[in-house]
Every structure is written in structure tokens, then in C-alpha cells.
Design a protein around this ligand. Structure first.
Ligand code: ADP
Length: 182
């Protein structure tokens, strides 16, 4: 059973939902950079205050900052982990690779959750998080296409990519993922 997993996909593709479901049944650590950053904002920490406006505009937080958060949270665990929302660009992918080599926990599979753009925009508007306004969604989708989407090829080249049709019932997606983890 693979235990070092990554979810890749556009905002609204369902990465968080699937990662959460999987962490409940597997005891793997669910590491969502978006969630961790939102917690910092919630707790009004120095870091939270630094990133609040950036996140609410739908832009990316600096690579250094997210790397720090990922490192802090990865180290504690050796039972398995699910990364969600990281990496989001090539530089983050290379940093992640360095960190994982260092802790000797290589990534085993990347689930790419594929979803048509019009479906995800509808989903995000329904979700209604603070950064789910029409304008912010546009920014996030644009950034995703420009900087995150190239990672599909990056992980394909490393034979890590598993394609998941994310435009289906969430339980069906979840059993599809479990099958591909075996
Ligand atoms: P979504 O997947 O719907 O975009 P997330 O919860 O993953 O939502 O992320 C919310 C926001 O947190 C992003 O729009 C971005 O501002 C910030 N963020 C999360 N992960 C990263 C990352 N790896 N690099 C830079 N910024 C990030």
C-alpha cells in the first residue's frame, strides 16, 4: 500500500474532500497548505497576518513560506501523508523533492483530479469560502493554469501520475483512488 501521496488539480477539483476522506480511513496525515494557512489567519498569528491579503486576492503565498509550513508538518509523521495544495509550481516541486530525499520518504503516487473548468467554477461559487468570489476564483484558475498545470507533465515524466476523473460522485472517486493506491 502506497503511503506517500499527493493530490494535484485545479481549485475546486475536490482535493481537500478526497484527502480528508482518505486520511480518516488510513490514519495518514492530511497536509493541506491552504488549510494550514487559513488556520494561521484564524489564530491571527504573525504569519497569518502576512498572508491574509494575498490569499483573499487569490494569489500565491511565497515559496519560502509554504515550504517552511510543509517542513514543519511533514517531519512529525512517519505513518504516511497526503499532500494537498502543494506543490503549486515547479520551484515548489523541486524543493519538495529535496525535503523528501532528506527525510527518506519519497513520493509514491500523484493523483491528478481532472475536472472541466465550468464545473469547478460552479462548485467554488457554491462553497462560498472567503476567497471564493467570482473575481478571486478567476485569479486562482488563471494562476493554476499558468503555474500549477505544468506539474502534470512533471509528475508524468517521473512515472508518478495517476489520472482521476473528478467529475463523478465523491464515493466513486474515493474507491477509484483506493484501488490505485494498492
Ligand atoms: P484551492 O485548492 O481551492 O485553491 P487551497 O485551500 O488549497 O484552495 O488554497 C487556498 C489559498 O492558499 C491559495 O489560493 C493560496 O493563496 C494559498 N496557498 C495554498 N497552498 C499554496 C502553495 N503551495 N503555494 C502558495 N500559496 C498557497
Amino acid at each position: 500500500m502506497k503511503k506517500h501521496l499527493l493530490f494535484l488539480g485545479a481549485p475546486g477539483a475536490g482535493k481537500g474532500t478526497q484527502a480528508e476522506l482518505l486520511s480518516k480511513t488510513s490514519s495518514y496525515l492530511h497536509l493541506s497548505t491552504g488549510e494550514l494557512l487559513r488556520q494561521e489567519i484564524e489564530m491571527n498569528t504573525i504569519l497569518g497576518r502576512q498572508v491574509k491579503d494575498i490569499i483573499n486576492r487569490g494569489e500565491l503565498v511565497s515559496d519560502e513560506l509554504v515550504l517552511k509550513i510543509v517542513k514543519q508538518n511533514l517531519d512529525k509523521d512517519n505513518k504516511g501523508w497526503i499532500l494537498d495544495g502543494y506543490p503549486r509550481n515547479l520551484s515548489q516541486a523541486n524543493s519538495l523533492n529535496d525535503v523528501l530525499t532528506e527525510i527518506n520518504q519519497p513520493l509514491e503516487v500523484v493523483f491528478y483530479l481532472d475536472i472541466p473548468e465550468e464545473v469547478l467554477i460552479k462548485r467554488l461559487l457554491l462553497r462560498g469560502r472567503k476567497d471564493d468570489t467570482e473575481e478571486t476564483i478567476k485569479t486562482r484558475v488563471d494562476i493554476y493554469k499558468k503555474t500549477t498545470e505544468p506539474l502534470i507533465q512533471y509528475f508524468k515524466d517521473r512515472s508518478l501520475l495517476e489520472y482521476i476523473d473528478a467529475n463523478r460522485d465523491l464515493k466513486i472517486i474515493s474507491s477509484d483512488i483506493k484501488q490505485k493506491m494498492a
